[in-house]
Design a protein around this ligand. Structure first.
Ligand SMILES: C[S@@+](CC[C@H](N)C(=O)[O-])C[C@H]1O[C@@H](n2cnc3c(N)ncnc32)[C@H](O)[C@@H]1O
Length: 303
């Protein structure tokens, strides 16, 4: 959120090697679909026009610009429905089709699968073996789908999931789309999760997916140390972070995001995420990755 420092834009790598990037097939194709010419990018007046054209053509970049990331961008990807929630004014389907199957978007699906099918089960089976009455905070939950599968599967262990997001529309969609059988187990609240659990209890397990990605490392440490205060003794946290591979393996998306929304991801290493969790007061840290390596997921225990 705004009082936390975001990482600065980092686009020099593109400008320094612009000829190399423009020869790449995906850049050429995308330029054609969006009707832009990246060679004009060095002219600041033309740069804004290029960004506008991209957002007019692509519903994905339109949404990223609208919400500076936000919960509805990943939802477009999970659903493979780029016009879910918002639509680019002069939508060019081919432009989004190309972006939807680029590694950046693909990695979001892998992140979702890894968290819901591997990380959360791992935490519940290994770190909370045989424990019941677990209270989970899904902080910055978006539409809250990361925990659906686990709440079904571990309903005996999980007492409640408190899902909080400051985006009221995401909360409304999350509520409407939650499977009936999970009602009563998953509670949604609109608000700032730093204000604590609206139901008052401490969390045994906190999940933050896509929340610290744009934050400078010191801000991420501060945010997680505030979350730590809301957690019970020896509680567990799981946090996702974008990785340094993003720039190298999907330069088109990495550049477009920054150009169109003036918003960047903090492309961290495993050591960065380890250090953030450690500095925020967590031990027994393990760092996982989804299969594409674009996102890390760090687990830690409150010490
Ligand atoms: C990139 S989205 C990820 C949503 C979801 N966790 C997912 O993986 O699809 C990050 C979300 O965190 C929310 N958020 C960030 N900081 C927050 C805070 N302090 N309180 C409540 N929500 C917050 C944003 O509103 C946004 O919906």
């Amino acid at each position: 959120m705004t009082r936390y420092a975001l990482v600065p834009l980092e686009m020099d790598w593109f400008f320094e090697d612009i000829d190399k990037y423009l020869k790449r097939e995906e850049f050429q194709e995308f330029q054609e679909y969006a009707g832009v010419d990246y060679r004009n990018i060095l002219d600041p007046k033309k740069r804004d026009a290029i960004a506008d054209k991209i957002c007019n053509a692509s519903s994905i970049f339109y949404e990223i610009r609208r919400a500076k990331g936000g919960a509805f961008f990943p939802e477009k990807v999970y659903r493979e429905d780029v016009n879910f929630y918002s639509k680019a004014p002069k939508w060019v389907p081919e432009a989004d089709e190309l972006i939807l199957y680029r590694p950046m978007c693909y990695s979001l699906n892998l992140r979702f699968k890894t968290i819901s099918e591997m990380i959360v089960p791992y935490v519940l089976e290994r770190r909370f073996k045989d424990r019941e009455g677990i209270i989970i905070g899904n902080l910055g939950c978006g539409l809250g789908r990361d925990l659906h599968e686990s709440v079904r599967r571990y309903s005996g262990q999980i007492s409640r999931v408190i899902s909080i997001d400051s985006d009221g529309e995401a909360i409304q969609h999350g509520l409407r789309e939650m499977p009936d059988q999970l009602e009563g187990k998953i509670k949604f609240y609109e608000g700032n999760f730093l204000m604590g659990n609206p139901e008052g209890e401490k969390y045994d397990f906190c999940l933050l997916v896509g929340v610290i990605c744009p934050l400078a490392n010191e801000s991420a440490v501060y945010l997680l140390s505030l979350v730590r205060k809301q957690m019970s003794d020896k509680a567990t946290i799981a946090v996702s972070s974008s990785s340094f591979r993003m720039h190298h393996h999907d330069p088109l998306c990495s550049f477009n995001i920054q150009l169109t929304s003036q918003w960047a991801l903090n492309c961290r290493t495993e050591d960065d995420l380890y250090g953030i969790l450690s500095d925020a007061g967590f031990g027994r840290i393990e760092i996982f990755s989804e299969p594409s390596g674009f996102n890390y997921i760090g687990i830690g225990t409150k010490i």
